[in-house]
Design a protein around this ligand. Structure first.
Ligand SMILES: [Zn+2]
Length: 271
């Protein structure tokens, strides 16, 4: 599933092709995405200019003259710039044709992705309104993490993946950030010290930054905006490495299940 770094990689890949381009047309080949694509959308966006390509959590935001398109990649989607009229492949769901001769093409085999439009402030859209801070935002601070962890009973890994605390920290990045912060994923949140909270905030940012720089993590069905897979997978410390030696201390890494998700950790490095 594309996680925040993949979505940010897509944003950075597409922005130079999309920014300040006018939309000639929107062709929807399959309106039955996670939410149906409104029939009126093609008429609404035709002729509008894409002012900016932004992101909030895992939504790509195409800011237009009079509204915003919200694109979610779902479980298996990707959005790429292709030459206008390039032969269509299976699972191509829509084309946003631009005045540059390129089209932004959305491919999504499992159709959990979405294409929505809002005429209002995107932050006020029902899907974005209640979202927690972005991991790189100042609001996600050591003090904030410390305060939130005082009143929760779950294990720190589960809290970290809870999108009401911070958005965009999926399973891979939660596991990797906890390793870097030397905190065991099963630790009760209330036992975290202020210093550990500070380390964890830093680690979350470091892991996401490295993943974005590497173009996202290679997942079986993920492709970046240019169609190339990411290379972050080769740099993972613990994720899917159970039974292998810790890259830091050589101890055999372990796996366990937490909230139906696999968790990986080093029993020596993480306390
Ligand atoms: Zn270790």
């Amino acid at each position: 599933m594309p996680e925040l770094p993949e979505v940010e990689t897509t944003r950075r890949g597409l922005a130079p092709h999309a920014r300040q381009r006018r939309i000639i047309s929107l062709s929807v080949y399959e309106p039955r995405l996670r939410w149906p694509v409104p029939r009126s959308l093609a008429r609404r966006v035709a002729g509008q200019r894409i002012r900016r390509v932004g992101r909030r959590a895992k939504y790509l935001l195409l800011h237009l003259d009079t509204g915003t398109l919200l694109v979610h990649l779902g479980m298996s989607g990707n959005l790429r710039a292709v030459p206008r009229g390039a032969p269509r492949a299976k699972h191509d769901q829509f084309d946003l044709v631009l005045d540059s001769g390129l089209a932004l093409r959305f491919n999504d085999p499992r159709r959990f992705g979405s294409l929505l439009y809002t005429a209002g402030e995107p932050d006020e859209h029902p899907l974005l309104r209640g979202l927690a801070p972005e991991p790189f935002a100042r609001a996600f601070s050591a003090e904030y993490l410390w305060r939130v962890t005082r009143r929760r009973r779950v294990a720190i890994k589960q809290l970290l993946m809870n999108s009401h605390l911070v958005v965009g920290v999926g399973n891979i990045y939660a596991s990797e950030a906890l390793f870097r912060a030397r905190i065991r994923p099963t630790r009760a949140t209330r036992t975290l010290t202020r210093a550990e909270c500070a380390r964890l905030v830093r680690s979350v940012r470091t892991v996401l930054r490295l993943a974005i720089r590497a173009g996202g993590t290679t997942l079986r069905d993920y492709l970046g905006a240019d169609g190339l897979p990411g290379y972050f997978r080769q740099r993972l410390y613990v994720y899917e490495r159970a039974g292998k030696p810790c890259r830091r201390c050589g101890t055999t890494l372990r796996a366990l299940t937490q909230g139906a998700r696999s968790t990986y950790y080093c029993p020596s490095c993480q306390k």
